[in-house]
Write a protein that binds this ligand. Structure first.
Ligand SMILES: Cc1cc2nc3c(=O)[nH]c(=O)nc-3n(C[C@H](O)[C@H](O)[C@H](O)COP(=O)(O)O)c2cc1C
Length: 210
């Protein structure tokens, strides 16, 4: 059975993003072994003085860490190991200020590690080390980013796509746009997006690893 890692950030009571996560879980229960990280309860560490320097020391200079330095990077390494052992990743979040919420960015900063999820080849090229993994990104937004002029103000979509690609992970996104802009039909938008998730899982063989 494939292993799926769900990483979600849905702090709002009655969260619409959470409804999408629950649809994914309902559709995949019994079909994949699920690990669920809820960043609103267990936040990823921010890169601060202690852990950043320890990560650079280990991942770029190849030096052994002291016990204190090892402790400083432990929570990032736990998130990294969860990603490494998953076949499929679901990343779910609402757009905040045209980008991903800071908690989601902290998760990205924890798992993109030199020598673990990417490497620099002898020729000086970057190479993702997560080949074979696939990701599904579930995003909700208040405004309708499906069309210009604001489509190009969505920095979340390209950020996540590029970060996943950098690690060698093929990703696809399903978004529920305009939940505040079209408040009167927010339930309909969520319902349509839930159906899109169900159809995607049926048609894409997302969970199949063979
Ligand atoms: C702090 C904050 C910042 C937000 N920034 C944006 C934004 O830049 N663009 C947008 O379209 N919606 C923005 N929204 C609206 C949310 O993306 C939208 O309501 C989303 O559906 C909320 O998902 P939830 O129900 O899972 O909390 C913001 C909401 C919050 C709380």
């Amino acid at each position: 059975m494939s292993k799926t890692l769900i990483v979600s950030y849905t702090p709002r009571e009655g969260s619409n993003t959470e409804k999408l996560v629950q649809t994914f879980i309902q559709e995949t229960t019994g079909k994949s072994q699920i690990t669920h990280v809820r960043l609103e309860r267990d936040p990823a560490p921010l890169l601060l003085e202690e852990n950043l320097n320890a990560l650079l020391k280990r991942n770029f200079s190849g030096l052994q860490l002291t016990e204190t330095e090892g402790s400083a990077v432990r929570s990032a390494d736990q998130l990294l190991e969860q990603l490494q052992s998953a076949d499929r990743i679901v990343l779910a979040f609402p757009m905040y200020n045209f980008c991903v919420p800071a908690s989601v960015k902290a998760w990205i900063d924890a798992v993109i590690q030199n020598g673990k999820t990417f490497e620099i080849t002898d020729q000086g090229n970057y190479q993702g080390l997560c080949q074979g993994k696939k990701a599904l990104v579930l995003m909700t937004t208040g405004s309708d980013f499906s069309q210009e002029p604001i489509k190009s103000m969505d920095f979340a979509t390209p950020l996540i796509k590029n970060c996943m690609q950098f690690m060698g992970i093929e990703s696809q996104q399903i978004a529920a746009y305009g939940l505040n802009q079209y408040m009167h039909k927010a339930d309909q938008i969520i319902g349509d997006t839930q159906r899109e998730i169900v159809d995607f899982l049926a048609q894409s063989k997302f969970l199949s690893t063979s």
